[in-house]
Design a protein around this ligand. Structure first.
Ligand SMILES: NC(=O)c1ccc[n+]([C@@H]2O[C@H](COP(=O)([O-])OP(=O)(O)OC[C@H]3O[C@@H](n4cnc5c(N)ncnc54)[C@H](OP(=O)(O)O)[C@@H]3O)[C@@H](O)[C@H]2O)c1
Length: 306
């Protein structure tokens, strides 16, 4: 079995060493133009040339949860695409989102500013019931986040494509229930995959339906958010602020109106990083099961887009 490695955003050597240790029965090599044909590939954002030159691949193992970049390529019909599920990302996402929500709810920005100005001042405690949290996407990451948020006793609601029963989470499903979901949400978390159905879903129309003084946490993909609509709703006072980890253009360009905006907290697409050891162990497990013809989790449904 020959595995080729083609990841655009990482140093390949530790991955190659890790894959060789986890799959000693396989030959593992770094892809370069003209490389020999492989059976499987471990990839992140490979170029079209890679796909075109490797027509005998049986499966692509993506080193992330989102496959939107991969599905933009021209891919052979029968090529299986397998994404990471969790692999250490879910707990990172839970801590990032809880941090962002609690920071907003407990007004830590204001307390820090007061302290920096030499003031010792108190704000009126807020009621959790006034800050219901809505999670768009109740998949591997969304469910883990929902459970973590519920631990802090916020009311939690979730929206998915198909109905999901998650303990302690009020469930909404499909386009027909989106407005009801939004109308009862004050702190909105986006954990949807980027597909034709979800692109630009965070727009003036949807964000305006949130409870007044709404707060957004986008940890999914930049193209979910219509950036100028968020700016307009911050300006109007309907939105109180946002924590954004992902952007339409990354890195966020110098001079972008988000930079330095007092109501925005920005991070550089770091909310849930791919952890190499956990990812290699999961890929090795799935790859062996795939070779044995067994069903595996995380196989992408290409028409659905995730
Ligand atoms: N910022 C980062 O560092 C980072 C890191 C990892 C992942 N991500 C992003 O997080 C996303 C989610 O990851 P995941 O592993 O949780 O994915 P997942 O397990 O596939 O879950 C996706 C969820 O979104 C729902 N969904 C999809 N399309 C929908 C639609 N049109 N309407 C309503 N709900 C819809 C799905 O509904 P069903 O349950 O009905 O299928 C499911 O609940 C990834 O795709 C990636 O873009 C970001």
């Amino acid at each position: 079995m020959h595995i080729t490695f083609c990841c655009s955003d990482t140093r390949p050597e530790p991955w190659l060493d890790g894959l060789r240790a986890a799959l000693p029965e396989a030959q593992v090599s770094l892809w370069q133009p003209g490389a020999p044909q492989a059976d499987h590939a471990v990839v992140w954002a490979p170029p079209q040339q890679f796909i075109d030159e490797q027509p005998r691949l049986k499966a692509l193992f993506n080193t992330g949860a989102g496959v939107d970049a991969l599905l933009k390529l021209r891919l052979p019909e029968d090529l299986a695409i397998v994404r990471l599920d969790d692999a250490g990302m879910a707990v990172q996402m839970a801590e990032y989102v809880c941090h962002a929500l609690i920071r907003h709810f407990r007004e830590f920005d204001s307390y820090e500013a007061d302290m920096a100005a030499g003031q010792w001042s108190f704000r009126k405690p807020r009621r959790r019931a006034d800050f219901p949290v809505g999670i768009l996407g109740l998949g591997v990451l969304g469910q883990r986040v929902a459970r973590a948020v519920a631990q802090f006793e916020f009311p939690v609601r979730g929206w998915s494509r198909t109905p999901k029963a998650v303990e302690g989470v009020e469930g909404f499903a499909g386009p027909s229930q989106l407005n009801d979901f939004l109308a009862g949400t004050r702190m909105l978390v986006c954990l949807l995959p980027l597909t034709d159905d979800t692109r630009n879903i965070l727009n003036h129309c949807t964000l305006a339906r949130l409870l007044p003084g709404a707060y957004l946490v986008n940890v999914a993909r930049g193209a979910h958010l219509v950036e100028e609509d968020l700016l307009a709703l911050l300006e109007s006072g309907h939105m109180a602020g946002a924590t954004l980890d992902v952007f339409r253009t990354e890195p966020l360009p110098a001079g972008h109106p988000f930079r330095g905006h007092p109501q925005l907290t920005l991070t550089p697409h770091t909310s849930a990083r791919t952890l190499r050891e956990e990812s290699i162990a999961q890929i090795a497990r799935k790859l062996r099961a795939f070779e044995r013809g067994e069903p595996i989790a995380g196989v992408v449904d290409r028409p659905r887009g995730y």
